[in-house]
Design a protein around this ligand. Structure first.
Ligand SMILES: N[C@@H](CCC(=O)N[C@@H](CS)C(=O)NCC(=O)O)C(=O)O
Length: 237
């Protein structure tokens, strides 16, 4: 979604963090959760200066008229590129925009770029929604809904096996080169592991997770704008 211009400045708590600067041409509206982590990691990896705006979407700050004018879904992350007069939502679209802007972390053309797009769509349409529902039913739901827990834990296991297969015999999703596809998948694995969903029995997946975790920009990105809070204990069906 591209809005021609912001209709108002959001009333966010502006927080300066990590490599962020107040005079930067990019604004990142985010909170310390998966989809926001993706963009924070990419900005840190690419060394693009950005101004950080914390929007506590879980306390309703995403539903203010000012924020809804930027993103009608009321969700983070949102990126504003002042120089390009562009406001962009959807974490994987933002990853692609940033990588193209910097000319790094995504193939510029050919079959490799087509493969990267395929995997980004897979992340956005399968891993993200399924892991999101799993987190909801197994961790945050105020009720214990056995069917919901079973359904999404089963889906999670199917995705873990698929990702393990995709990573088999390669260091990263696209082969030898780390890319925004790794960043896109990593953010949900980071949160899922913190919520108590193990991946150890999948050797390719767990090896990849360790490799990506060891990157300094990734370690910084998952603390922006704050470290992941302690999560409630995982419910059992
Ligand atoms: N498809 C969107 C999902 C964004 C999303 O669900 N963001 C969450 C935080 S990770 C959010 O803002 N949740 C608050 C809400 O839904 O009200 C993306 O990839 O950016």
């Amino acid at each position: 979604m591209i809005l021609a211009e912001l209709v108002a400045q959001p009333p966010c708590n502006d927080t300066l963090g990590m490599n962020a600067r107040t005079d930067a041409p990019l604004d990142l509206f985010t909170f310390g959760s998966t989809n926001g982590h993706k963009v924070a990691i990419a900005l840190e990896e690419l060394g693009l200066p950005y101004e950080l705006h914390t929007v506590d979407v879980f306390a309703g700050e995403g539903r203010t008229p000012q924020f809804l004018a930027i993103n009608p879904t009321g969700k983070i992350p949102v990126l504003r590129d002042r120089e390009a007069d562009l406001v962009l939502t959807e974490s994987d679209a933002i990853l692609l925009y940033l990588a193209d802007k910097a000319g790094r972390l995504v193939p510029s053309g050919g079959r490799e770029r087509t493969r990267a797009m395929e995997l980004l769509f897979l992340q956005a349409s399968l891993q993200g929604p399924m892991f999101g529902q799993r987190m909801h039913f197994s961790v945050f739901s105020p009720e214990t809904v056995a069917y919901g827990i079973r359904r999404y834990e089963e889906q999670g296991e199917i995705i873990d096996s698929l990702v393990d297969q995709l990573l088999s015999g390669r260091s990263y999703f696209l082969g030898a080169e780390y890319s925004i596809v790794d960043i896109a998948f990593y953010a949900w694995y980071f949160a899922s592991r913190a919520a108590g969903f193990p991946i150890d029995r999948h050797t390719s997946l767990s090896g990849w997770f360790e490799r990506v975790s060891a990157r300094p920009a990734v370690a910084r990105g998952v603390t922006i704008p704050h470290p992941l809070p302690a999560l409630p204990p995982r419910k059992r069906a």
